[in-house]
Design a protein around this ligand. Structure first.
Ligand SMILES: N[C@@H](CCC(=O)N[C@@H](CS)C(=O)NCC(=O)O)C(=O)O
Length: 243
């Protein structure tokens, strides 16, 4: 059975990491049996989650998880899509993963009020005496990562503007379709659900959330995806509330 290494549900989301949520949805879409392990971070091959173990083989990074499921298990996540649609799907996914993601990181980690009710809780399990050292150290590392990416060099207003452009583009392209590319979910929905649900997350008070909440179609989309892929998870209140 495939093992998905994840952080575990938090903040009314399937996982605080949109990449883990994406990988989990790909597994759900594949119909392959899988289990979740919440203790794999320290052994992560690329230092990040998600990764999976399949028949002893480790596959790190949500995009390579998808490629693995396609190649080894012959799952066609793009069923029915034209070459043009596949190109659009890839571009939207990478916009969310490599641009919108960093705006979400900024507003969760760099805005004190959001950090306190969000990422700070990741460290609740480490011994209290070392917490005052570890937490600021990790937060400084995230600030460096934001700077290295480039997003962290912008003002907060500029970051929020970029994020709003991304959210508006996702909402415009989704339009009145049931799923991102058409009447049925495809691979891109794993990514788009993960990022739109993260943007709408009720735990954080952010202009990104406000931007997403302005689009009824995004709220309905998250509700529809939650109903289909997490029907028994009543704790995903944030996702359900979007319905
Ligand atoms: N490109 C990777 C990104 C994964 C990623 O950024 N994971 C974050 C959580 S959202 C992580 O594990 N960060 C831990 C760290 O950087 O130390 C993917 O698609 O899986």
């Amino acid at each position: 059975m495939i093992t998905l290494y994840a952080f575990g549900p938090q903040f009314s989301l399937p996982d605080p990491s949109p990449f883990v949520t994406k990988a989990e949805l790909l597994l759900k879409m594949s119909g392959l049996p899988y289990q979740t392990d919440l203790n794999g971070f320290r052994k992560a091959p690329k230092g990040k989650l998600p990764y999976i173990k399949d028949d002893g083989e480790l596959i790190a990074d949500s995009t390579f998880v998808r490629r693995h499921l396609e190649q080894k298990h012959k799952i066609n996540f793009d069923r029915g899509l034209s070459a043009e649609q596949k190109a659009i799907a890839w571009a939207f996914e990478k916009m969310a993963e490599d641009n919108l993601y960093w705006a979400i990181v900024d507003c969760r980690w760099m805005v004190d009020a959001n950090f306190d009710k969000g990422p700070r809780t990741f460290f609740d399990k480490i011994p209290a005496p070392v917490r005052p050292l570890i937490v600021p150290m990790i937060r400084r590392q995230v600030r460096k990562n934001l700077h290295a990416h480039g997003m962290g060099r912008h003002s907060r207003a500029e970051i929020e503007w970029i994020a709003t452009q991304g959210i508006d583009a996702i909402a415009s392209y989704l339009g009145q379709k049931s799923f991102f590319m058409g009447p049925e979910p495809v691979g891109a929905d794993a990514t788009m659900f993960a990022f739109v649900a993260s943007a709408l997350c009720p735990q954080f008070d952010t202009p990104i959330r406000a931007a997403a909440e302005r689009h009824d179609n995004l709220r309905r989309y998250v509700g529809r995806m939650t109903a289909r892929y997490y029907p028994d998870r009543t704790e995903l209140a944030g996702c359900k509330a979007a319905a």
